[in-house]
Design a binder for this molecule. Sequence first.
Ligand SMILES: CC(C)(COP(=O)(O)OP(=O)(O)OC[C@H]1O[C@@H](n2cnc3c(N)ncnc32)[C@H](O)[C@@H]1OP(=O)(O)O)[C@@H](O)C(=O)NCCC(=O)NCCS
Length: 437
Amino acid sequence: MPNETLTITDNRTGKTYTVPVYKDSIRALDLRQIKVAADDFGLLSYDPAFMNTAACQSAVTFLDGDRGILRYRGYPIEQLAERCTFLEVAYLLLNGELPDADQLEEWTSEITHHTMIHENLKKLMEGFHYDAHPMGILMSTVAALSTFYPEARNIHDPEIRKRQIARLIGKMPTLAAYAYRHSLGLPYVYPDNDLGYTKNFMNMLWKRTEPKFRANPVLARALEVLFILHADHEQNCSTSTMRAVGSSYADPYATTAAAIAALSGPLHGGANEEVLRMLDEIGSKARVPAYIEQIKAGHGKLMGFGHRVYKNYDPRARIIKQVANEVFEVTGRNPKLDIALELERIALEDDFFIRRKLYPNVDFYSGIIYQAMGFTPDVFTVLFGIPRTVGWLAQWQEMLQDSEQKIARPRQLYTGSAERSLRAEELEFEAAVSTAA
Ligand SMILES: CC(C)(COP(=O)(O)OP(=O)(O)OC[C@H]1O[C@@H](n2cnc3c(N)ncnc32)[C@H](O)[C@@H]1OP(=O)(O)O)[C@@H](O)C(=O)NCCC(=O)NCCS
């Protein structure tokens, strides 16, 4: 018997069971043998919101929330953000290794080849009202891609899968930029394949009448770093959605659209938009203490603060704070930064936040940078969705290749009525309805 085991005594029956411990976990299915009577279903584990349940084994991202560590495929996020391009990091997440020069050239050209979207998709976009939220447009157009590429259903063919992955990564900035320009009533700008991933995105967002758009290199690099920081974050809400929907073998476009839906919520990717609204509501540095008191009294949450897994400073927030300074050198300082810094200062010294281990997360500063760069708040979550598509796809691919995975199907603890019958008058009514019919 290996000593990596757990012995459980069922006090209902006095029986003892020994189950293996693997990587500091037990298999929930090993609990099923624990029964009071032979025809019992067996013991279940109950874990609303998956607070303490690992649903997969993954080699993509390592996260230690207590120590504030984030690594993609073993590389610390700080090193990747400093030294790599977004497409290198995307390759790393999907393939497990950083590309060499030839691989990077081939990968870049593959992604670049897929930046155009079908003209009919533009017509679909035209149907949205002028004030449609760009996240709703992105979600719908990504879902619509599924009708343009029916081959995508063949998810078990590695070549077809690879093509859809490149398509999604290539088309995401185009769809996002079109959604943005649609909301402003501006004509769409076709991708410029001479430009890199982020510079081309900026071109599609902001080109007006000039023959060639030239992105500010500091802002382009800042966007690249923000994309790297947002590329994956292991089993968060949208990634778990990607895995759950993908486990039914839905095609990658439908699956990614579902992940985008999950990301759009204010407790997830929508938080950066909410941070800006909150800073607007606070209005000035002087009003920060009163706002914090209001939060402590139970009126709302401090948006951009707290995290399900980070119980320490989010390492991405630390890098973003640095990027903010570089961006403000170009754009001028966003006055909201002073309010944010004051919020952070007071919150980090306050017992309410200290006791609950609430620190700024990735969304706390990203919105302020995006706004300084010229983005409106309703597009912030879209900016999160573009790079996160890479993480979703890396995790989706891993899930499909994992022989332990099956269609996701949690159990429930039923709390409704025990069996009962319709009352006599209800039976009479049913009989009258069926006679009349
Ligand atoms: C991210 C988040 C959803 C994590 O939630 P969670 O893991 O379920 O944590 P809980 O809601 O159980 O929070 C634990 C305690 O901290 C409090 N808390 C959590 N986040 C808080 C916040 N941002 N402001 C104030 N209080 C907060 C909760 O009210 C709870 O207090 P209680 O113990 O007195 O009931 C949550 O922190 C949040 O809503 N943050 C704001 C939204 C945000 O920035 N999301 C982006 C995440 S990257």
